[in-house]
Design a protein. Structure first.
Length: 238
């Protein structure tokens, strides 16, 4: 099996070199891009399994890169950010980012996130698709339908464009209707790590899902926040 290909988009040349060497030793195939304006074409041409993308880049920022490539690139995008600002993370999720790692980087944390994203992106084989029962593959709640084999979401007979990580979160919530799920449970299920009490990625993905699924963020009825406890998927609100 070929080594998974990672494209590292980072303008800090020293950090880029260190990460390239570290990830290559972990068995990945690496290519790099150091200028924002060159990144979209590199991503589209190379079609790597995963892009590690710095948000702050010369020439073209990471958000603009996500927006430009997301319809032409089906792999995963892991964003590097020096900001803890929720708005930056929400914006990146809406543009198509799948996960975040905050600078200064801890290489083992980055490696764990990369491996988790790549595991989630492994496609089902044809045999797996054929043997999966409809009960395992499909979820239907009113006008909302989810298909785990094609990873598609439809609402009111129209396809909703979700990122892979957004689909993972919605699928997990939909598999536990009327059950309050803690952030810790959601982080472990969708990201494969323990919740540190500070990570806002799940909250930001819920914000993005509400927007895409026509759930009023001021008074949500479909994906409800239960203060101090977590989130609740309401099955009869669709």
């Amino acid at each position: 099996m070929d080594a998974p290909h990672i494209l590292l988009v980072e303008d800090d040349l020293k950090l880029c070199q260190l990460l390239s060497q570290y990830l290559a030793k972990q068995g990945f195939s690496l290519s790099t891009c150091n200028e924002g304006q060159l990144a979209p074409q590199a991503i589209i041409d190379q079609q790597p399994e995963l892009v590690v993308l710095d948000l702050m880049l010369p020439g073209m920022d990471g958000l603009s890169i996500c927006r430009e490539v997301r319809t032409s690139y089906q792999g995963k995008i892991l964003v590097l950010t020096a900001s803890d600002d929720d708005m930056d993370q929400v914006a990146a999720l809406e543009m198509g980012a799948d996960d975040f790692v905050t600078k200064p980087l801890q290489p083992r944390v980055l490696l764990a996130r990369i491996r988790m994203l790549l595991r989630r992106s492994e496609p089902l084989t044809q045999t797996q698709k054929e043997t999966a029962s409809e009960n395992e593959r499909f979820r239907q709640f009113g006008t909302l339908s989810l298909d785990s084999s094609t990873r598609t979401c439809n609402l009111n007979s129209e396809e909703v464009n979700l990122t892979p990580s957004e689909f993972d979160l919605l699928w997990f919530l939909a598999n536990h209707p009327d059950e309050i799920l803690s952030r810790d449970a959601l982080v472990r299920a969708t990201r494969g790590i323990d919740y540190d009490g500070l990570d806002r990625t799940i909250d930001n993905k819920v914000v993005s899902l509400r927007k895409k699924l026509q759930d009023n963020p001021a008074h949500p009825r479909r994906l409800i926040t239960v203060r101090g406890k977590g989130y609740l998927f309401v099955p009869d609100s669709w």
